[in-house]
Design a protein around this ligand. Structure first.
Ligand SMILES: Nc1nc2c(ncn2[C@@H]2O[C@H](COP(=O)(O)OP(=O)(O)OP(=O)(O)O)[C@@H](O)[C@H]2O)c(=O)[nH]1
Ligand SMILES: [Mg+2]
Length: 206
């Protein structure tokens, strides 16, 4: 999987975005890839597609092949087939949608059924800019993430808050797993996220 090139190592990791329809998977990917948010009417993803994105972590180029899946139920059997060789899964809910949060447990059950047991999972509460319509408190997201021992943060595909961090944290974790120098301390993804993330609250960006 790892290919040596002249200046750095380039690893390719398959990362999949999953979660209910409308939670903002495509928007998150567009924000990460192009740094923009396209407002307007919601156009649900049909099937599955990927975008390649190179992230430099600790002087190593890590290529993330990011698969954007359709959240609609009718595409579920198609997306299951892609779980098997995923290195990471970003699981999204929408902080303004209780049902999308309640469905996270079902998504995690599916992930445990179809993905590799060592897949990196990250839980994201998206649309954090919509604080007036919030249905799920941040601590509810944190508690669920703790229960499943997965890292968590709130993101906004609209403002871009924590979007780069979500992908960078995954890239760092995957890179450290692939090339762990014996002298290096083990990368702690939870600690990294806690130190880097921008929190929603009275005086921040939301
Ligand atoms: N305010 C706000 N709106 C968002 C955000 N992310 C997505 N949206 C909006 O939510 C709607 C759904 O976003 P998509 O990115 O298409 O959702 P999806 O998860 O890809 O949906 P499927 O493709 O059906 O699975 C769109 O109207 C987006 O503009 C966000 O962070 N903030
Ligand atoms: Mg989509």
């Amino acid at each position: 999987m790892l290919k040596k090139c002249r200046f750095s190592l380039l690893a390719i990791f398959k990362t999949i975005l999953v979660g209910d329809s409308g939670v903002g998977k495509t928007s998150l990917l567009v924000q990460f890839d192009q740094g923009k948010f396209i407002p307007g009417s919601f156009s649900a993803t049909v099937g599955i597609g990927f975008t390649n994105k190179v992230v430099t972590v600790d002087n190593v180029k890590v290529k993330l092949q990011i698969w954007d899946t359709a959240g609609q139920e009718r595409f579920r059997s198609v997306t299951h087939a892609y779980y098997r060789d995923a290195h990471a899964l970003l699981l999204l809910y929408d902080i303004t949608s209780k049902s999308s949060f309640d469905n996270i447990r079902a998504w995690l059950t599916e992930i445990h059924e179809y993905a590799q047991s060592n897949v990196v999972i990250m839980l994201l509460g998206n649309k954090a800019d919509m604080s007036s319509d919030r249905a799920i408190r941040r601590d509810e997201g944190e508690r669920l993430a703790r229960e499943y021992s997965v890292p968590f943060m709130e993101t906004s595909a609209k403002t871009g808050v924590n979007v780069d961090l979500a992908f960078t944290a995954v890239a760092k974790e995957l890179k450290h797993r692939a090339i762990q120098h014996p002298s290096e301390p083990k990368f702690q993804i939870h600690e990294y996220i806690e130190a880097q993330k921008e929190k929603s609250g009275c005086c921040s960006y939301f």
